[in-house]
Design a protein around this ligand. Structure first.
Ligand SMILES: Nc1ncnc2c1ncn2[C@@H]1O[C@H](COP(=O)(O)OP(=O)(O)OP(=O)(O)O)[C@@H](O)[C@H]1O
Ligand SMILES: [Mg+2]
Length: 280
C-alpha cells in the first residue's frame, strides 16, 4: 500500500522515464534488465529528486483579502493574509468560530476567489484559469475534507470515494483499485456498499478523507476533520492524515478547534477577525 500511495509522487515527475514503468501495485517493472550500479545511481537520483521536491514552494499566498457584499453592507472576512508552504509542510489553523477559517480554506482550495491578493499553487495562479480548466485543476490538485463532509447520500461508500476520479478520468489508471485500497487504509473495507446514512460520524469522516485523497492531491485541506469524533476516532483520523501527508508528499492544512490536534503540528497559525498570525 505504501508503494501504491507513493504513486502520487511518481506521477508528478513525468519527465523521469523510470517512473513510467511503475506498476499500479508500485512494483518497478523494468523493460529489460538493468545493471546493479545503474540501479544504485537511479535510486540515488530518485532520493535527490524527492528531497528537492520537498524543499520547493508548493503554496504561496500573498496579501489575500476576502469580503462579501450583503446588500449595501460589506462583510470583511479575511484581511491581508500572506503565507508560504513548502511541499513537505503541514500546518494547523485555529481560531474562534466565525473568524474566517473555512473561508480561507475555500480560497486556498479555489472554491471561492479572493477579493484581492493572490494564491499560487504549484507555480500556477488558478484564479486566472477559465472555469473548465479551473475545475480540472481543482480536481487534480486539491483534496478537500469539508466541515460537514458533503458525502452524496444516494451513493455507496465506494462510489463516493471514486467520485473525484470519475470527473476527469486518467486513461489506464485502475481507479476502483485505488479507492478500495484507500478505504482499506481508513479501515472501511467492510463498508464499501453502505450508503453514508448508515455510517457512524467517524466512518463518514474517514470516507471523506479517502475521497479527498483519491486523485493524490498536492494540497490537502481539512476543515475540522476530527470535529464530532470521539477521542480514539479523532486520533485515528489525525494519524491517518499525517501518514498520508508524508507518504504522498501532500501539503496538509488542517483547520481545527481541537488544541490536542493543533499541538501535533510543528507550525501553527491562528486567525482572529480575519487576520492570520503564526503562533510561537
Ligand atoms: N457567502 C457568505 N456571505 C456572507 N458572509 C459570509 C459568507 N461566508 C462566510 N461568511 C461570514 O464570514 C465569517 C467567517 O465564516 P467562516 O465560515 O469562514 O468562519 P469559521 O472560522 O470557519 O467558523 P467556524 O469555526 O464556526 O466554522 C462568518 O461571520 C460568516 O457569517
Ligand atoms: Mg468553519
Amino acid at each position: 500500500m505504501r508503494c501504491l500511495l507513493a504513486r502520487g509522487g511518481a506521477k508528478r515527475n513525468p519527465g523521469l522515464g523510470i517512473q513510467r514503468s511503475v506498476s499500479l501495485q508500485g512494483q518497478y517493472v523494468p523493460k529489460k534488465p538493468i545493471s546493479r550500479s545503474l540501479r544504485v545511481r537511479l535510486s540515488g537520483l530518485a532520493s535527490l529528486v524527492k528531497v528537492l521536491e520537498c524543499l520547493a514552494v508548493g503554496l504561496s499566498v500573498s496579501h489575500l483579502s476576502k469580503h462579501f457584499e450583503m446588500g449595501s453592507h460589506r462583510v470583511e472576512v479575511l484581511r491581508n493574509i500572506s503565507m508560504e508552504m513548502k511541499r513537505s509542510e503541514s500546518v494547523a489553523v485555529t481560531g474562534p468560530s466565525g473568524s474566517g477559517k473555512s473561508t480561507l480554506l475555500h480560497c486556498l482550495g479555489t472554491l471561492t476567489p479572493p477579493s484581492s491578493g493572490t494564491v499560487q499553487i504549484e507555480d500556477e495562479n488558478p484564479f486566472l484559469l477559465p472555469e473548465p480548466k479551473l475545475a480540472k485543476f481543482r480536481n487534480r490538485v486539491v483534496g478537500f475534507v469539508f466541515q460537514d463532509h458533503h458525502l452524496l447520500p444516494q451513493y455507496s461508500v465506494l462510489e463516493n470515494t471514486l467520485m473525484p476520479a470519475l470527473a476527469f478520468p486518467t486513461p489506464g489508471l485502475d481507479v476502483e483499485q485505488r479507492a478500495r485500497e484507500l478505504l482499506h487504509r481508513v479501515g472501511l473495507s467492510h463498508r464499501l456498499d453502505y450508503r453514508p446514512g448508515l455510517l457512524s460520524g467517524g466512518e463518514r469522516q474517514r470516507v471523506a478523507v479517502a475521497r479527498a485523497l483519491m486523485n493524490s492531491p498536492r494540497l490537502l485541506l481539512c476543515d475540522e476533520p476530527t470535529g464530532n469524533l470521539d477521542l480514539s476516532n479523532a486520533e485515528m483520523v489525525a494519524d491517518l492524515l499525517f501518514e498520508l501527508h508524508e507518504e504522498e508528499l501532500t501539503i496538509l492544512i488542517v483547520v481545527t478547534h481541537s488544541q490536542a490536534l493543533a499541538d501535533r503540528f510543528a507550525r501553527r497559525y491562528e486567525i482572529r477577525e480575519g487576520r492570520l498570525s503564526r503562533e510561537a
